[in-house]
Design a protein around this ligand. Sequence first.
Ligand SMILES: [Zn+2]
Length: 195
Amino acid sequence: MIQIPARRGKATRLLQGQSVKVINTHGQQVVDTWAFALADITEFMSMEHTRIAIGRIIPAVGDALVTNRRRPILRLVEDNSGGIHDTLVAACDRWRYELLGCATYHDNCTDNLAAALAELGLSPPETPSPLNLFMNIPVIDGNRIDVLPPVSTPGSFVTLRAEMDCIVALSACPQDMVPINGLAMTPTEAHFGIV
Ligand SMILES: [Zn+2]
């Protein structure tokens, strides 16, 4: 298994038919997840296109996650984490932390995506809205959203199978100002493997 260090990102190539297993090592860590088509990274996994394709806001086992050209790029094939993930909320960025009152630079998932792709010699065409694995954003009364700790447990995991050759990027979210990574508000490392 490969470590996603706390507060950092990693990217990997995934060929069609291969799967990436994302492990919530300590159980309370959100992992922002992106996928870009290997042939053309301006085609990427899109939450807004996926929600209409699957008819719900949280993908379930068997669901295909589609691109901004409405083609399946990943499929959720395994999930023992409790099934609570988020497709609504943008990746954190330096401005999110400024708004929360952070006066200095704060690690963030947007910069982690750019750094992870840079290690592969690429740069993201934009920061797509991520699949926020393990992130618990319930919709209340059909309209409001809340920000709650993950329901996942240590060692639980999600497996995503590539439906096309792609690059998958993962960020261990550095959020430590709201309890999205658990009530301790302490970001931790996570792990992934190609299976
Ligand atoms: Zn984040």
